[in-house]
Structure formats: structure tokens, C-alpha cells
Design a protein around this ligand. Structure first.
Ligand SMILES: [Zn+2]
Length: 223
């Protein structure tokens, strides 16, 4: 008797290289200015980093809308216009309250994973003329150090294996797919640009392959 695994391509999905082990806490009510959500805290056992899921009930006929939102203290809390994070988070909460789904708020991902102090150092270099990619490179830091293994494990644990992803970043979608999350649609999370974040957004579009259709090519004033 021979047992064999059928390697038919349609049946094969790439297994996650090293899925994170996450522990979820209790679900609690979270009434907000955007609507009523359920919140759960999650701890990545390997790193100790704590994440938060904010969930609104999903309609039975649609895949849940999911936003993986990387923590950005300056944008999310202080409403900085140097980036688009705060407005993207507001947009995500409003859309998810309306359509159902989850915002996964990923902590430890400040400045695409380089940390708050390094992000502010990168801002200083940007004020001297570097773009967001060059600034990280000048600091000897990765351009994008984010790891989505914990996010994928949280999505699996929540039963969010098939999602509509609210993002402009195709790399996020393909990374989730490599962890076995099926992204059936990407929904734009683009918010209108501002004078203060135009160069940052143009760099994300031109050097990091973000889909930013609304962005126009006005020349950027160097400060
Ligand atoms: Zn930001």
C-alpha cells in the first residue's frame, strides 16, 4: 500500500514559515465615536507585544473587512499630518462599523517597525531632505521591518480566514496569503493627501508600490 500526498497545485497553499503563538483575552464592549465594537487584547507569546482587535458584526453574505493598522503614535493619537495613519484609522473604524469586520491594531510597528525614537530620528533626516526610504537607510535600519505572523495568527484564531483587506499595500495582501489567509478583495484605504504628507505618500507610491490613485504629481517643496 502506498500513501502519497497529492501535490495538485490547486490544493497546495504555502504553509506559514513560523506562525506566532498568540493568546486572546476576553471580548468586551467598546462603544466609540465611530460605533459600537467588541474589543479583545492579544499577546504574542514570543515577543510579549500586545495587540488589539476591534470588531463589528459581519453580514452573512460578505467577507469581513479587515484593516491591519500599524501603530503610529504621532498619527493615531496626536493626529499628525506628517503621515496618513490617523486618517486611515478613522476611515477604517467608520467603514468597519458600517460594513462589519475587524481593525487589528498592531503595536510594536511604529515607523514600519523601527520604533518611535528611530521614527523621529528619521523625521529629522527627512527635514534635511531625505525621503522616508532614504532616512531609514541612512539610519542603517530596514525600510519595512514589520512582521505579520502575529496578525495572521490572530485572524486565524478569530476565524477570519477569508477577508476583504482594507489596504493600499499589495505586499500586505501577499504576506497574509503566505500565512493561509485568503484575501478575496483589496479595498482602498487611501485618504486625501495634504501638503505636509505629499512627499511621504509619493514615496510610498513610487518606491514601496502602494496603490495611491488619488495622489497627484504636484512638485513637493523641500523645506
Ligand atoms: Zn503614521
Amino acid at each position: 500500500m502506498t500513501t502519497r500526498n497529492d501535490p495538485s497545485p490547486a490544493a497546495v497553499s504555502v504553509p506559514p514559515a513560523s506562525p506566532a503563538h498568540v493568546t486572546g483575552g476576553p471580548a468586551v464592549q467598546l462603544p466609540t465615536a465611530f460605533g459600537y465594537f467588541t474589543a479583545r487584547a492579544w499577546t504574542d507569546s514570543a515577543t510579549g507585544v500586545e495587540h488589539l482587535s476591534i470588531t463589528s458584526p459581519v453580514r452573512p453574505d460578505t467577507a469581513p473587512l479587515v484593516r491591519l493598522h500599524s501603530e503610529c503614535l504621532t498619527g493615531d493619537v496626536f493626529a499628525s499630518f506628517r503621515c496618513d495613519c490617523g486618517e486611515q484609522l478613522d476611515q477604517a473604524l467608520a467603514l468597519i462599523a458600517e460594513q462589519g469586520g475587524t481593525v487589528l491594531y498592531l503595536r510594536g510597528q511604529e515607523g514600519r517597525g523601527i520604533g518611535l525614537a528611530n521614527k523621529i530620528r528619521a523625521y529629522a533626516l527627512q527635514e534635511d531632505g531625505a525621503d522616508t526610504v532614504e532616512a531609514n537607510e541612512q539610519l542603517g535600519l530596514p525600510v519595512d521591518a514589520r512582521d505579520y505572523s502575529a496578525a495572521a495568527s490572530i485572524l486565524h484564531t478569530m476565524g477570519l480566514d477569508t477577508i476583504r483587506l482594507l489596504s493600499n499595500n499589495p505586499a500586505k495582501s501577499s504576506t497574509l496569503s503566505s500565512y493561509g489567509i485568503s484575501v478575496v478583495e483589496m479595498i482602498s484605504s487611501e485618504v486625501p493627501s495634504r501638503e505636509q504628507n505629499l512627499r511621504y505618500l509619493q514615496t510610498k507610491r513610487d518606491r514601496m508600490d502602494h496603490r495611491l490613485a488619488l495622489l497627484e504629481d504636484h512638485p513637493v517643496h523641500q523645506s
